[in-house]
Design a protein. Structure first.
Length: 190
């Protein structure tokens, strides 16, 4: 199990306090630990992700995105050499738009990591030539919505999806936040 920064693993992005790197097949335990906390999973699935699903679905999907979209993906986040979660910049149906997101261990909550990592991904997306960055969450996930606002994303809409086994709060819908390149650049130079 790797819990500290390994220089042999490809670094994706470095911020003031975070190092984002590609996941490897050796990182199963990190993802199991992250997804085993019901509070971390509260607004996602409402329950821990089974180990076999991480080994056979989640991690292979992460590695597949690296192969298909070398500049995008889900990246392990480390602070002071310790794994704290992940940040992702995912392809969408529009080649010029990416979706950003994060998942952090509860011990890393409330320290500004989510905003720092998300802001750095937004800036990086535009440096890669993207025209738009989006993020979504459940409308009732007020902490993530606050991170989106602090990161420079703006509320765009509320929408409803059908779920066979909805989580508490699903009835209030999902929210979409986003920012386009021109708006982001104007705010960075304003």
């Amino acid at each position: 199990m790797r819990t500290a920064y390994d220089p042999e693993v490809a670094t994706y992005l470095v911020t003031d306090r975070l190092t984002l790197r590609r996941f490897t097949p050796a990182d199963v335990e990190l993802l199991v630990r992250l997804d085993s906390d019901p509070e971390v999973m509260r607004f996602l699935t409402g329950q821990p992700t089974p180990r076999d699903e991480i080994e056979n679905v989640v991690l292979p999907e992460i590695l597949k995105v690296y192969a298909e979209h070398p500049q995008l993906g889900t990246f392990a986040a480390e602070a002071d050499g310790v794994f704290i979660g992940w940040f992702g910049m995912q392809p969408t149906t529009d080649a010029r738009t990416v979706g950003v997101g994060y998942r952090l261990l509860r011990a890393a909550w409330g320290k500004g990591y989510a905003t720092e990592g998300t802001r750095s991904l937004i800036a990086h997306a535009f440096s890669l030539g993207m025209e738009r960055v989006e993020a979504d969450t459940m409308a009732v996930n007020h902490r993530s919505r606050a991170v989106m606002r602090r990161s420079g994303l703006r509320f765009l809409k509320i929408y409803h999806e059908h779920f066979d086994d909805p989580l508490p709060g699903t009835e209030f819908g999902e929210v979409l936040y986003g920012v386009d390149r021109a708006t982001w650049e104007a705010e960075q130079h304003g």
